[in-house]
Design a protein. Structure first.
Length: 386
């Protein structure tokens, strides 16, 4: 059956902005193969041993996603600093950057609760709630959490820049903004009723939300969370949030495509939104593949840890060797010289000879519990060298 993508068009006459059209604008034949590939990858991903590593995977995805979506908007935290900020209590937040990361984490939780609620439907109240959480406590000249934009006379909002296809003037009048946001939600429900796949609906909602630009600040972050919420509600695991990292890694293409597709529509070119949707689909496929690989790696580490403990419990390796491998695993990798200088390592052999040190390491390498590369870096046997 062909994808029902050609007849879902909604044209709105606004009071001041002029006509605004929502359309699928994608040729079903052009994306059908990619949809099949993504759903096949998702099925294989869901069939992987997720339960064993779900907690660790979720933490990694959330931090990576917050880092990505925040960096798109000019955030300066590193990924490690983002992880630390996410783990802080609100009373411990020290600056705006930490607050932004904390707020995004709260928005993700709100998104997950909604997606896991049976019968949940997107509405304007949810959009405003997401915005309120994302911008809570962040100072801005005009923005108020959850309040739609209404430009006063002499205050003009523009989006984009010349480097990414030009500047765009979204609706300025609050009445137009409110109307278009309501109609976007209504149009999305029409797509749901027409059984348009969420892999088409989600990026289109994201795209048109950014064109409406309904808030003074935080629109990009809100749009990406909305996209992820729709995908989660349809059963896509982890990849919806991992998509934000893909957008950051392809940030120039991401920004440029909003203007490219908008101009395609203005010129009345067939299927004007195809490039943005295909970009999104490529990101989903890439994200699912990476997540699947990460699950396999985490499971390998888990199995390795269990095997290491078994060998120690059954006295196949001694406590010194167990400590060496555990420390290298915690570090990820370390050079042979770093190992030999480490205080904890020296303490293991306070009353033992260099020959014992050499014998312990040699056995660990022989049994594959430690690998040593050509640069004399040591890796746990479950990981490297890489």
């Amino acid at each position: 059956m062909p994808l029902p993508l050609q007849d879902q068009i909604l044209s709105i006459d606004t009071a001041r902005h002029g006509p605004f059209t929502f359309q699928i604008g994608v040729d079903g034949a052009d994306v059908e193969t990619m949809l099949l590939r993504i759903n096949d990858a998702q099925q294989r991903f869901r069939g992987s041993p997720l339960a064993q590593v779900a907690n660790q995977l979720e933490k990694e995805v959330v931090v990576s996603s917050i880092f990505g979506t925040n960096s798109i908007e000019g955030g300066t935290l590193t990924e490690e600093e983002t992880r630390q900020a996410v783990e802080l209590n609100p009373s411990q937040l020290q600056d705006t950057e930490q607050r932004r990361a904390h707020n995004l984490n709260q928005a993700y939780k709100l998104s997950q609760r909604a997606a896991n609620t049976p019968g949940w439907l997107l509405d304007v109240a949810f959009v405003r709630n997401i915005h309120a959480v994302i911008t809570d406590g962040l100072a801005d000249e005009y923005n108020q959490p959850g309040l739609l934009r209404d430009n006063a006379k002499g205050i003009v909002t523009h989006v984009g820049d010349q480097a990414h296809g030009g500047r765009y003037k979204p609706p300025q009048f609050g009445g137009d903004v409110a109307l278009l946001l309501e109609q976007l939600v209504h149009w999305h429900q029409q797509l749901v009723d027409a059984e348009v796949p969420v892999l088409i609906r989600a990026p289109l909602l994201h795209y048109y939300f950014e064109l409406i630009h309904p808030f003074w600040d935080g629109n990009g972050r809100v749009g990406r969370v909305l996209e992820a919420t729709l995908l989660q509600a349809e059963g896509y695991l982890y990849a919806p949030f991992a998509q934000a990292r893909y957008y950051f890694e392809h940030i120039d293409q991401y920004f440029s495509l909003f203007n490219h597709c908008r101009k395609q529509a203005e010129k009345q070119i067939d299927n004007p939104n195809s490039d943005f949707v295909q970009f999104f689909l490529a990101g989903m496929l890439s994200s699912i593949h990476k997540l699947h690989d990460r699950v396999n790696n985490l499971v390998n580490v888990l199995l390795f840890e269990n095997e290491l403990k078994r060998r120690h419990d059954e006295k196949e390796i001694n406590s010194r060797q167990y400590a060496i491998v555990s420390q290298i695993m915690q570090a990820g990798t370390m050079s042979l010289s770093e190992l030999r200088r480490a205080p904890w390592y020296l303490a293991l052999y306070t009353r033992l000879t260099d020959k014992t040190k050499q014998r312990d390491l040699a056995q660990l390498k022989t049994e594959g519990l430690i690998n040593q590369d050509k640069d004399n870096r040591l890796w746990p046997g479950c990981i490297g060298p890489v």
